[in-house]
Every structure is written in structure tokens, then in C-alpha cells.
Design a protein around this ligand. Structure first.
Ligand code: DGJ
Length: 705
């Protein structure tokens, strides 16, 4: 049977919204008070079944119980005591909205519910979108001041993109990502307490420490089984998600941009739009949820999903700030020999940038390092057959820079407070139109002057002392800075269609669906140790596809951990994403260079599977992990397996590959042996891992019948 097509519909007589996706139904009912109330999110139900659903589990009849029907966006009025997704204040001091439902529009898979406050000049649109073939539901809100010019401003203390509600489950588990610099994307699974649990970034960046993706299940789901509800916010600045499990067993969460304590003003005629908060229901475990997110990111988020991500060489770990033309040329020549397709000149090429104390803001080549500018390097890189990439950190400035000396007022600061320096730098206020215009002009000129094919857009500090002297609505900084970053990236891409952008914020500090809508990949972590990377990549893959995950092979011992690992192991771990090289190649032995060149060739052979196929995470016993990539048509397969530490000298047992077809046969391309699918799914493949620590294997399989 062909999958049910995605659709949106609204039945005005029943006040019933139904969003249908191939494997789920999401339903909303307009409540008697005019507020849209959540009805169902989960397994497909037909309209009759939906109409028969009670508004919500009814708590005991008492004046102390909260309103039973969860809101699509709680408006801070009535007997509602959970976290309100919409918090507004009017000129007379009245708080909260009281809605009338004023209509709906449906167009191209998009539904908007129109609401108007019953007394004040405030209107809201709740947006919903489904895409063909996807179970992801995208939601957002647009709030508009509809008053006359002299009606005074409305203060917005909170404007979430959406609230989500789960059906009653016997228990709830919160799956989320935590971490820090060098330890991003650590998957955490916690029993959800009967309480409000807040996940947030107050840093002005998505953050290394928490990620605006969460998944909830009843505590029993695994990679292949169980219902999972997950959501992801498309925002690259501060954010907040509040998950509320109440004592009667109901769980809801509300989320959006900004952290607590911020407020924004809307004047008559102005609107405030939220980013998209997307939700996904999957009945088949965390693996299926991740694959559905990967598919959504490919079809609905990434700007150029069909392009292969190039094998990058990046000079940062090799040279740090010690950058000059001869040194970069030597690295470029070896990188080209190894099969790199893109050479990225990292930090240190501009202004007075000989350390992290100076130069940020002055985006002209440093004459001592590049006496004839960057053209000779860019031309040679192109002649070697590679694209040319440049590291930039446009949102930042050192005090020791011509830009700061000329425009000290451009930085984010509060006039009466010290401006905290982090990594010796301050942050520019991109919310100021003249700063945004300067940044766009500067980057655009770099592309034109130096034939730049790729920007690595870095951001190595977060917001402190957020102030905007003289501005009547200074908290706009938290929204408008991020919007300006997005807008500049969009303009650059539109004006230079060949340009690609890698998002970076001291490693993986800015990874979210908002940044991925205008970049090609994310620099996952400054930690390139392959053992740590297995965990980091595992967490990253919960939401993001492998094609968006930049992964370099670097020198051994590793600069972060001091761990010594074989080149092959480092390659096999990095081959699970968008492979790159990042070490001092001029110090590699001839034997290492030959092995590396062969492994790059091998990566390019499996690249279509890794970057465009389906991903299955596998866990074997005894510290063995693996990832299986299958082509969209199920004919080609690659398995990357890693065992960092051997245990008791035991050989690795067979690794079952449950995604294969038990009725088919598969040829192991490198061994020339054909296996039955039934054996591979059940007993598994014999990995024949070499003895010792840091053992790894790449297995390529082709379906024969
Ligand atoms: C942080 C990035 O994550 C690194 O890869 C490198 O680009 C440095 N910044 C440069 O300062």
C-alpha cells in the first residue's frame, strides 16, 4: 500500500484541525473559549475516532485543578498554571491574551489558525506545515499588534513557537543532549520528574551545553522499538524549552527563542515571528526517529542536500596562528595528493592576527604572512584541483583591531558595566543595521576578491552584558542578532550560488535546524580524538544526518586528549560523517600518506551511502559500536565498526545487521564472499577485527538477489 499522503485540513463545523502524515496524525480542537486545544499526536486515527476523544483526561472536579485541555500556545489567562508559551502585557498593565477564533487559511500543506484578543489589539496566527512523505510537523507563531497608531506598545515577555502534548503514558523518559566545549552532543536519558524541567541556552548561541532537540518515550523505547515523540527548534541563539509532567500524568512542553527574563515590544502595525519548532512522532524507536529527522533535514532544511560534501583539508590543528603562504602551500600540496577536494585556510590570515589577542574585525590579509594577498594561495589551491575555503569569525572583534578603534560602540555592551572579554574578544551587535551591512559587505568582498568557495563561519564567544545603549527595546538584540546572521548567510548564498558555508562555534556550539537551513555542515567539535568522537557522533546523529557532520582525521597523539590511535581507526571513525583531514600532513611518514590516500579513496566510494543513505546505529557487545549506511534503494551497504578497547582478548562476536533484507543475499565486496540476508540479520557479520585496542573495520556489501 502506498503511504498515506501528508495533508492538512480544518473542519469548521467541528472546529477540528487534522494534520495527516504517512505514519501519524496530529489533531487540534478549537475550544469553547476560542483557544486551540491539543487533541491527539501519535498513531493514525480517523476523524470519527478523533471526534470521540475526550478533550483531555479530566482531573478531579475541584476548584484547585487546572484547566484540563492542553493549549497549543498557553496564553496566561484563565485557570492555567503551567508555563505560558505566550506572555504579553498591555499598556494598562493587563497580562495575557483571551482569544476569539477568527478563522483559518489552508495553502500548500500549510494551515494557519487566526486568533484575535477579545479586548486588546492583538492578533496571532498559529502556523502548521506538513511536507510530502514526512512525519515532521513544523509549527510557528506570528503575533501582530493590530491597534491604531496611538494605541501604545504591547510588551511580549514570552513568545514560544509551539506547545506539544503527549498521550497518557505509564512513565516518561526525557532523551536530550548535553555537553560542553570538546564534549558536545552527549546523549542523556533521564526519567522525567513530576516537575517542570527547563532546558535552555542563555548564551546567544545554540550552545555546547544543551541542544534544542528533545525526545520523549515511556522509558522502554530502544533503537528499533517503541513510540518516540521528538521536537527540534530551528533557532541559533538563546532558547528555552520547558517540559512539564504533572502529578496526574500529563506531559506537555513549550519552547521557543529567548531565555527567561527577556521582553520585546511590538508597536502598532508590527509583528513578531517565531522560528519553527518541529515535531515528529515515530512508532519504531530512536533509530527510525533519527532517520525521519535526517530525511526531513535533507528535504526540508538543508539548502543543497544533493551535493556531496567535499573531503576538506583544514590547517588549524597543523599551524594554529602560525600561518603564512609558504606553509599553507606545503600543506595544500600534500592535501591534494591525499585526495582532499577543499583546502580551508583557518584562523590567523588577517589583520594583526598572530594570536587570539588581536585582529578580529580586520578582514584583510596579514601582509607579513601573505605579502601578495590571498590570491596566490587561492590560485594554487584551485590549480591543485581543490576548492578554496576561508575561516571567518564575522560577529567578533578584538579590542586590538582597527575596527574596534573606529567603532567601539558597535559591540554588545551595557554602558555602565564592564564588558567581559572571552578569548580576548567582544561580540559585535549584528542587530544594528549598520553592523549587519558592514559584515555582509566585508564577506561579500572576500568572496569576490579571493575567489572563495567556502566559508567556515566561526563564533568563539557568547553574549554577556547584553546591552544596546540608546535603543528603546534593547532585548531585541537577542533575536535580531541571530536573524542578521541568518540573513547574511542567505544573501551570500543567493548572490554566490557556488558558495558553501560550514557553521562552527568553537566546535559544535551552533548546531540547530535554523543554521542548517543556510549552511552545508557543522564543525562538530574541536575534540578530534576518535574515541571521544564515537560518543559525540552518536549524539549528533540523533537529529542530524551524517552529511552535516564534519569529521577530521588529525595527528596522533591527539592534541586534546593526548591519546595515540592508529591512522586507520581515526579514518574509520571520521568516515562516518563528512570526512576531512586536519593534521600536520607535512610531518606524516610516506607510509602514513599512502595509507591515508587509500582510505580517502575508500571513503569516496562509500560517500554516497554515508552522505545520502539511511543510517542505522548498531551496538554490539563488549564496547563495540557500529553504524550501517544503506543506499536509498537498499542495494549498496557500508558498515563502519569500532572497538576502542579489547576485553579479555575475546574476539568480537558477529554483529547483526537488522536493516538488511533476510530474503536477500549480500556480497562482501572486499572479501568476495556472499552471505544470506537471514544470516546477517540474525547471527550477524563476522567482523574479524584485528586483535588489540582501537580495532575497526569498514565492510561494504552489495545486494545480489
Ligand atoms: C574554533 C574552531 O572550532 C576551530 O576549528 C578553529 O577554527 C579555531 N576556532 C580558530 O580560532
Amino acid at each position: 500500500m502506498p503511504p498515506t499522503p501528508s495533508s492538512v485540513s480544518f473542519d469548521p463545523t467541528r472546529g477540528l484541525v487534522v494534520l495527516q502524515t504517512p505514519n501519524s496524525v496530529y489533531a487540534v480542537r478549537i475550544g469553547a473559549d476560542g483557544s486551540p486545544r491539543h487533541l491527539h499526536w501519535g498513531e493514525p486515527l480517523d476523524t470519527d475516532a478523533l471526534c470521540g476523544l475526550p478533550a483531555a483526561a479530566s482531573p478531579a472536579a475541584s476548584s484547585f485543578e487546572t484547566d484540563p485541555a492542553p493549549d497549543e500556545l498557553a496564553p496566561q489567562t484563565g485557570a492555567r498554571f503551567g508555563q505560558a508559551g505566550l506572555q504579553v502585557r498591555f499598556a494598562d498593565g493587563t497580562r495575557g491574551a483571551q482569544w476569539s477564533f477568527t478563522g483559518h487559511t489552508v495553502r500548500d500543506g500549510e494551515l494557519r489558525l487566526h486568533l484575535a484578543d477579545r479586548h486588546y489589539p492583538l492578533a496571532a496566527e498559529l502556523g502548521y506545515r506538513v511536507r510530502p512523505g514526512s512525519d515532521v510537523i513544523e509549527r510557528w507563531v506570528e503575533l501582530t499588534h493590530t491597534g491604531a497608531d496611538d494605541s501604545g506598545p504591547i510588551t511580549v515577555d514570552r513568545l514560544d513557537s509551539a506547545a506539544w502534548t503527549l498521550p497518557a503514558l505509564p512513565d516518561y523518559r526525557l532523551n536530550h543532549l548535553v555537553g560542553g566545549w570538546n564534549s558536545e552532543f552527549q546523549l542523556q536519558r533521564d526519567r522525567l520528574p513530576v516537575a517542570e524541567t527547563v532546558l535552555t541556552s542563555r548564551r546567544g548561541l545554540t550552545s555546547h551545553h544543551a541542544s534544542p532537540w528533545i525526545a520523549l518515550d515511556d522509558g522502554t523505547a530502544d533503537e528499533e522499538h517503541g513510540e518516540v515523540w521528538s521536537t527540534a527548534l530551528a533557532w541559533s541563539g538563546s532558547w528555552r524549552i520547558t517540559v512539564h509532567r504533572d502529578p496526574v500524568g500529563r506531559t506537555t512542553w513549550t519552547g521557543g527563542f529567548g531565555h527567561e527574563g527577556l521582553s520585546w515590544t511590538i508597536q502598532p502595525g508590527q509583528s513578531l515571528h517565531t522560528p519553527v519548532f518541529a515535531g515528529l512522532y515515530t512508532p519504531d524507536g530512536f533509530g527510525a526517529a533519527s532517520r525521519a529527522w535526517h530525511a526531513h533535514i535533507r528535504t526540508g532544511v538543508l539548502p543543497a542536500p544533493d551535493r556531496d560534501r567535499p573531503v576538506v583539508y583544514n590547517s588549524w590543528e597543523a599551524t594554529g596562528f602560525d600561518v603564512d603562504q609558504p606553509g599553507q602551500l606545503s600543506l595544500a600540496r600534500v592535501a591534494a595528493r591525499l585526495g582532499a577536494e577543499l583546502f580551508v585556510l583557518d584562523d590567523g590570515w588577517f589583520g594583526g592576527r598572530t594570536s587570539d589577542r588581536a585582529g578580529l574585525g580586520d578582514w584583510t590579509p596579514r601582509p607579513e604572512a601573505f605579502p601578495d594577498g590571498l590570491r596566490p594561495l587561492a590560485d594554487e589551491v584551485h590549480r591543485l584541483g581543490m576548492a578554496f575555503g576561508l575561516w571567518v569569525e564575522p560577529e567578533m572583534v578584538n579590542r586590538d583591531s582597527d575596527l574596534y578603534r573606529a567603532h567601539p560602540d558597535w559591540v554588545v555592551h551595557a554602558a555602565t558595566r564592564d564588558a567581559t572579554e572571552l578569548r580576548n574578544q567582544l561580540m559585535l551587535n549584528f542587530a544594528r543595521p549598520e553592523v549587519e551591512a558592514w559584515a555582509h559587505r566585508t564577506l561579500d568582498q572576500l568572496v569576490r576578491d579571493h575567489d572563495v568557495d567556502w566559508f567556515k563561519w566561526d563564533a568563539n564567544r557568547v553574549v554577556t552584558e547584553a546591552g544596546w545603549a540608546g535603543h528603546p527595546d534593547p532585548d531585541r538584540l537577542w533575536i535580531d542578532h541571530t536573524r542578521a546572521v541568518h540573513r547574511i548567510m542567505d544573501r551570500l548564498r543567493a548572490d554566490h550560488p557556488g558558495l558553501r558555508i560550514e557553521a562552527c562555534a568553537g566546535g559544535g556550539g551552533r548546531a540547530d535546524l535554523g543554521i542548517l537551513a543556510r549552511t552545508d555542515q557543522v564543525w562538530t567539535s574541536d575534540n578530534t580524538d576518535p574515541v571521544d568522537r564515537i560518543n559525540i557522533q552518536h549524539g549528533f546523529s540523533q537529529l542530524f544526518p551524517a552529511q552535516a557532520m564534519a569529521a577530521w582525521v588529525t595527528d596522533s597523539p591527539n592534541v586534546t586528549t593526548g591519546r595515540t590511535t592508529p591512522l586507520r581507526f581515526r579514518f574509520h571513525v571520521a568516515m562516518a560523517g563528512a570526512l576531512g583531514l586536519g593534521g600536520d600532513l607535512t610531518a606524516w611518514s610516506e607510509e602514513e600518506l599512502e595509507e591515508a590516500a587509500a582510505l580517502v579513496i575508500r571513503y569516496k566510494e562509500i560517500r554516497p551511502l554515508v552522505q545520502h543513505g539511511h543510517q542505522y546505529r548498531l551496538h554490539g557487545p563488549a564496547g563495540l559500536t557500529a553504524v550501517h549506511y544503506a543506499s536509498q534503494d537498499d542495494t549498496e551497504h557500508a558498515v563502519l565498526a569500532w572497538r576502542p578497547a579489547t576485553r579479555f582478548g575475546h574476539p568480537a562476536p558477529g554483529l547483526p545487521l537488522p536493516a538488511l533484507d533476510p530474503a536477500a543475499h549480500y556480497l562482501d565486496i572486499d572479501e568476495g564472499i556472499t552471505h544470506s540476508g537471514a544470516a546477517l540479520t540474525c547471527q550477524g557479520i563476522d567482523l574479524r577485527l584485528p586483535a588489540g585496542d582501537y580495532a575497526s573495520r569498514l565492510i561494504r556489501l552489495r545486494r545480489t538477489v
